[in-house]
Ligand binder design. Structure first.
Ligand code: HEM
Length: 114
């Protein structure tokens, strides 16, 4: 099966995250529904990533950083909804995302760019 399913879920999940973010910003009545769908994709990212784990020692860091990306996305959304400061969560999202892309693309399965 390879890594395609995992890549598909995180690409869609990140797109849904940005869509939900702009809907919350604009006070769209559909934002709550989009947020629920985004959360479903967090789960799908986690499941498809989990299915790729063949050796926990090798993949533990990848898994933890992947979970941090998801947590940062959720905190950006919840804090935006509550009108709280989000810049620290955006910074966490960007740094963790770059790190997890680097890790994923240097680990042995699928694409091996680094
Ligand atoms: C938004 C969060 C995530 C992003 C952006 C992401 C990104 C990536 C990328 C770019 C790859 C490499 C795909 C390839 O080389 O074809 C990958 C592979 C992988 N991911 Fe994720 N991931 C995320 C979350 C997770 C989570 C939560 C887990 C664990 C539960 C996980 C586990 C894995 C594993 C085990 C691999 C295989 C690594 C390899 O040997 O190449 N990922 N991920």
């Amino acid at each position: 099966m390879g890594t395609h399913l995992h890549i598909t879920t995180w690409v869609i999940g990140i797109i849904l995250f940005f869509v939900t973010y702009s809907m919350l910003k604009n006070g769209s009545p559909k934002a709550k529904m989009m947020h629920m769908i985004t959360r479903l994709f967090y789960l799908l990212i986690f499941i498809t990533g989990g299915m790729l784990i063949t050796d926990f020692g090798e993949y533990a860091v990848k898994m933890i950083v992947g979970i941090i990306v998801i947590a940062a996305m959720e905190m950006v959304l919840v804090r935006t909804k509550k009108g709280k400061a989000v810049s620290a969560m955006w910074a966490l999202f960007i740094v963790a995302l770059i790190f997890v892309l680097y890790l994923g693309l240097s680990l042995p399965q699928g694409l091996d760019w680094f």
